[in-house]
Write a protein that binds this ligand. Sequence first.
Ligand code: F6P
Length: 324
Amino acid sequence: IQKIGVLTSGGDAPGMNAAIRAAVRACVFYEKECTGIYRGFQGLVEGDFIPLGARSVKNMINRGGTFLKSARSNDFRTAEGRKKAYDHLKENEIDALIVIGGDGTFKGASLFHEEFNFPVVGIPGTIDNDIRGTDFTIGYDTALNTVVEAIDKIRDTANSHNRLFLVEVMGRVAGDIALNAGIGAGAEEILIPEEDLGKDRLVESLAKSSKSGKTSSIVVVSEGDQIGKNIFELAEYIEEHLKQYEVRVTVLGHIQRGGAPSCYDRVLASRLGVGAVEALLENKNNVMVGVKHKKIVVTPFKEAIAGSNEIDWDLLKVADIISI
Ligand code: F6P
């Protein structure tokens, strides 16, 4: 392997720039060339490339977003698009790829590897933390801190007005952001897709807290939760059945994807950027690099994106106990 291409794809996540920076500098360290590919797989289909050196990634470790830009490419979903991508790689003498993204990115990468036997290694970059084969994905820790900071502010106004707030957080079908930020922000209830609480049990539990002396409440709702899917309807239902509180809704939205990465995410991204280059140079491919129990490990793409999310049920029990 002489030249490695790097791209970011799917929803951006804080720390993606730090991962690109680490991959570029690892290439320089191992005397390989590195090419940046703009807008994920779309830039691959269009041949939108830029040579990268150690200084091209200066002042990047602290920047949110991804300077290579990201996209969800429809063209790459077609066989014709993937063939164009392969031809551009060959023309530019790129002989391996590092893709930074989530499950959609790894699905695309795996298919591309199967069709063209092209060496690809993935780095998990998504705020959702829904990838197997790594304890954490890049961006997740920063998103948790963003959510906790926002809920701390909501708590101030919730307290002043004796209100109940439903706070919707991202995560697609994974409840990790809701569960961990919910505990960190002291939420009364946490609604996650992995557990079906039901509206009535939610109202019962909120009524109990109110009786025990709570004057305001924060309920964190994961966007993929069954009863929380229509959060405004849920707010009306609670107001009808629980007269004690006025209910308000806050949807945190894309604020969760922005901002400077936390130190944890910068270190994770740096380790995985170097790990991805080393994996390729050791002829590992069609795999993702991750960190498990503090060690860098590789996991085949297919396993990394297989099945439903694994929620930490012990943590859910902790949330129940401490919100009494
Ligand atoms: O996968 C990251 C994520 O932010 C999810 O949490 C969310 O469901 C989705 O992307 C939003 O996607 P978009 O930015 O395309 O609206």
